[in-house]
Ligand binder design. Structure first.
Ligand code: HEC
Length: 395
């Protein structure tokens, strides 16, 4: 009953989160694109013609005189707020209410769920103040330096979290942190500047350039954060990223490559070689990722001889460590239906899932979830050898 309610909540909130996120990021990408494609026109900043769903759209970008102020002005701010609020709810529903299995990994650090949550929440709050202070300070006017410091801090947070939380929770907190910074930028810098622009226009005055400068700067930051954030949001489908021993290096590579590709897309209007540069960055990023992801976590199988593994041993381990969740009738306190529909009740079910068992329990060690059932390194090695020997269930 409780598990069903949680799953239903998860489903609804996630649905809202994805829709709001598409609207917010989609608008952001569209306006960036518009800004760069405007054709200069006499008397205004620029103009563009668009074709969409059966009609022509003429969009002009301009400053207004007081009497030109329209009655209705669309702001595009609630998509951001909806994305952030639903994201925080998801963090609570999936991770904080999911407990130890989602937040902690005894192989990473033996901390309580409460401590793990406290660390996660403080990172989200502290990061805003540190980031905001850095970019408000005199250092903030030296863009390359402030960028280098920000990126170093980002990697430090990723590393730090990967040393205390389970890999998946570490990743999602970096993502939630970036999302929080983006939301802070929208509501505490970009919106006030736009409000000021409207007020100045109504009063027939020139808007404050300092406010406009900071709003523009934060809007550029948000632009660079979009691709990395989206990667982090989909990363929990890819255990060889967050489950890797070097998960924080993988995250750093993806964030750097994602931001760099966004950069080449930003400058494509004056830099003809942008596509080659973006493709080159993507290739290098992919090569590094491939090497990192293919690298097995601590090669525990080396400690055991190559003697054939009997299926009886395998079945015993799976019964002990996996069946509490992955069974038609789970006994786990959280899961009342087999997670991801995966069951290991019969030898055939085990054999047919051999590849995924290796990926999750041997290579990335992301199963059992949060190592809730206390699987040992020897057991992982044994499963790995049985699979390498052909996953034979008749022996
Ligand atoms: C505490 C409950 C729990 C235990 C114990 C557990 N799992 Fe899982 N398993 C999950 C959850 C939750 C998911 C779905 C989320 C995900 O994929 O991370 C899942 C998904 C899976 C999947 C399907 C997704 C994929 O990547 O193919 C496989 C395979 C898997 N587990 C293997 C195992 C093996 C092998 C064990 C035992 C060594 C095990 N699990 C023990 C909770 C558990």
């Amino acid at each position: 009953m409780e598990a069903t309610i949680r799953e239903l909540l998860d489903l609804i909130v996630r649905w809202v989160h994805v829709i709001a996120g598409i609207m917010w990021i989609g608008n952001s990408l569209l306006f960036n694109w518009l800004d760069r494609n405007l054709t200069p026109k006499e008397g205004i900043e620029g103009e563009i013609w668009l074709l969409h769903s059966g009609g022509f759209y003429q969009v002009e970008k301009k400053q207004l005189a007081p009497w030109q102020m329209p009655d209705r002005l669309h702001w595009f701010k609630w998509q951001n707020m909806t994305t952030w609020v639903s994201g925080i709810f998801l963090l609570i529903i999936v991770y904080y209410m999911g407990g130890a299995a989602y937040m902690v990994d005894p192989n990473v650090a033996e901390i309580s769920t409460g401590t793990a949550i406290a660390i996660g929440v403080s990172v989200l709050i502290m990061s805003w103040f540190i980031y905001d202070l850095l970019w408000r300070s005199p250092i903030g006017h030296n863009t390359p330096l402030a960028f280098a410091i920000s990126f170093a801090l980002l990697i430090a947070v990723s590393y730090g979290l990967s040393q205390v939380l389970n890999g998946r929770a570490a990743y999602i907190h970096v993502g939630a942190m970036l999302g929080t910074l983006m939301t802070g930028n929208v509501w505490l810098h970009i919106m006030p500047s736009q409000r000021e622009l409207v007020a100045a226009t109504e009063a027939g005055k020139r808007p404050d350039p300092a406010l406009a400068y900071r709003a523009k700067q934060r809007s550029i930051h948000n632009n660079y954060m979009t691709f990395p954030v989206i990667f982090i949001m989909i990363s929990n489908h890819f255990p060889s990223t967050y489950g890797n021993q070097l998960n924080w290096v993988i995250l750093a590579v993806v964030m750097l490559a994602g931001a760099a590709i966004r950069h080449f897309m930003n400058i494509r209007f004056w830099y003809a070689g942008w596509l080659r540069a973006a493709a080159g960055t993507a290739m290098v990023g992919l090569a590094v990722l491939f090497v990192l992801m293919a690298r097995p976590n601590s090669p525990s199988s080396a400690t055991l001889a190559n003697a054939p593994v009997s299926f009886a041993d395998v079945q015993e381990i799976i019964g002990l460590r996996c069946l509490s969740c992955h069974s038609a009738t789970p006994s786990d306190d959280q899961f009342t239906v087999p997670p991801a529909g995966v069951t290991f009740d019969t030898p055939d079910q085990i054999r047919s899932m051999a590849g995924r068992i290796k990926a999750r329990a041997v290579d990335s060690k992301t199963m059992p979830l949060g190592n809730k059932t206390g699987m040992t390194e020897e057991e992982r090695a044994l499963l790995g050898r049985w699979i390498e020997q052909g996953a034979d269930i008749s022996r």
